[in-house]
Design a protein. Structure first.
Length: 510
């Protein structure tokens, strides 16, 4: 017993690994690792490194989303270098075409459009549309929309949909094309399918666009807020905030619009459209010097005809006629440049000609545009050009087409009011001038003050109104004939009643 107790208190010897045991353990580990790799081999996505600039841009343009300028530059250089040695890679040609198209959007330089068209056609040559080159076909549709050739865009979008109805990339093209053609019901149906197939940034942006065109302001704002929530990169966030600023501006809230534009510029300082929007809001708030500065900066980054027109009109309203003329000339040069690159700028050019040039030429230009694209923007521009040319009766028909679709636009309401004033309809003029002022009293530095002056000149309605429409005597309920009571059907006798003997006549009856 003593020996057992002594052994129980003796500590066990430490475990040591001999060389043989170490080799066995290492062999087991190698076998386990090899087995794991056989079950799940390494994949590209296992790389923990973040995507590079060209990869980020390729992902963005493939989803139809905005991309950063530096990433786009890297993507273009990467694909051009690759295609120099692999000219038959149709997928890379599609990516390059989409990158060129995004460069055009960011810089407002239509010189990128012919490059995009050439790249996309090379992709279709290497892999034709009949064999399902959906990326190139979608790119061609997006390019046509960017050039405002909505008929061609519709053909490409419907071709993709016919071959692959569940391919979501066809539907952003179709929404934009149907909207440009004035087919707002078709645009809404395509948008609903897009939301069903692929809810995300592209779908929410189109939903907001469709709701805005229908006059559903709150729905448009909510959809664009969803787009901002779905944005995954700073350029995507900046684009959504810019569009939110546009919605705030259109409803006459320059302070909120300014907040959204500045948010977009914080996310993407190179966003030229947001810079132009900030200039517009600053002018509405009376900060004219800052507005002129921002307009100049925006035009330096993205020379768009519409921005040139806005700056010229702001300068004209400030009495700086010579500077205004320089920017009106810039508008003409920019639209001429766009025309050589296949871009349709007829609406902005027609409005410029109607106000500052030859109204008859504007009517001819916009009548041709109406034969191609029957959107509310074209209807409004054509109606205004006809008014400026002295044809108010014809102008009113187009003004009605522009304002009765649902879109709430102070500019549209002002144009219709001036047309009705020319026809001598003061009541309708007053109604639409008041609507323009309710919608956005800052809609134009030139036409906004003119609208206020016209409304003041018309004044209040003439005496009379609801108080004079009351009856002079108390109302007395008329004595109307009572409706005939419907006779109740006679109750049918039961067999038991018919079988019962008839009662004997009473003594009086006898």
């Amino acid at each position: 017993m003593d020996r057992i107790d002594e052994e129980s208190h003796t500590p066990a010897p430490p475990v040591t690994f001999t060389g043989r045991k170490t080799l066995v353990a290492a062999a087991v580990a190698v076998v386990l690792i090899a087995g794991a790799l056989l079950i799940r081999p390494a994949r590209t996505g296992d790389d923990a490194r973040p995507p590079g600039p060209s990869e980020r841009a390729a992902s963005a343009v493939g989803m139809g989303a905005p991309a950063a300028a530096v990433d786009l530059t890297a993507l273009v250089a990467d694909r051009e270098k690759w295609l120099a040695a692999h000219a038959d890679d149709h997928a890379s040609w599609s990516v390059l075409g989409a990158a060129y198209l995004e460069q055009a959007r960011r810089t407002a330089d239509s010189g990128w459009f012919p490059k995009a068209e050439k790249a996309l056609k090379r992709s279709l040559e290497a892999h034709p549309a009949e064999k399902g080159n959906f990326d190139a076909m979608t790119g061609m549709g997006a390019l046509a929309n960017a050039r405002r050739d909505f008929t061609t865009a519709k053909k490409w979008g419907e071709l993709v949909r016919a071959q692959s109805p569940r391919r979501w990339t066809a539907y952003p093209v179709l929404v934009d094309a149907y909207t440009g053609l004035g087919d707002y019901k078709g645009a809404q149906k395509a948008m609903e399918l897009l939301l069903e197939l692929r809810p995300g940034l592209a779908a929410y942006v189109r939903a907001s666009q469709v709701y805005r065109d229908r006059g559903w302001r709150e729905d448009a704002v909510v959809a664009m807020e969803h787009a901002a929530g779905a944005a995954k990169t700073p350029p995507e966030k900046a684009y959504a905030l810019f569009r939110l600023g546009e919605l705030s501006w259109e409803r006459g809230d320059p302070q909120e619009a300014l907040r959204q534009y500045e948010g977009a510029l914080r996310a993407d300082p190179a966003h030229a459209q947001a810079l132009g929007g900030r200039a517009r809001a600053l002018a509405a708030l009376g900060r004219d010097g800052e507005a002129v500065r921002d307009y100049r900066l925006a035009l330096g980054r993205a020379p768009e005809p519409q921005l040139a027109r806005e700056l010229a009109e702001l300068l004209e309203s400030l009495g700086r006629e010579q500077e205004a003329r320089e920017h009106y000339d810039m508008l003409g040069a920019l639209t001429a440049r766009d025309g050589t690159n296949g871009v349709d700028d007829d609406v902005v050019l027609g409005l410029y000609e109607a106000d500052h040039g030859d109204p008859q030429a504007a009517v001819r230009r916009l009548s041709e545009e109406w034969s191609r694209h029957k959107s509310v923007q074209v209807a409004d521009a054509l109606g205004w050009a006809l008014h400026q040319a002295g044809e108010d009766s014809a102008a009113l028909e187009y003004a009605k087409k522009a304002t009765e679709q649902g879109l709430r636009s102070a500019e549209f309401s002002y144009h219709r009011a001036m047309i009705e004033r020319g026809l001598g309809d003061e009541a309708a003029t007053r109604r639409h001038l008041e609507e323009a002022m309710r919608t956005n009293p800052y809609f134009s530095p030139l036409r906004g003050p003119l609208a206020k002056e016209a409304l003041a000149a018309i004044g209040q309605p003439p005496p009379g109104g609801p108080e004079h429409l009351q009856p002079v005597t108390p109302w007395v309920e008329p004595d109307l004939p009572k409706p005939n009571a419907t006779p109740k059907p006679a109750a049918s006798a039961s067999p038991a009643a018919s079988a019962a003997p008839s009662p004997s006549p009473s003594p009086s009856a006898r």
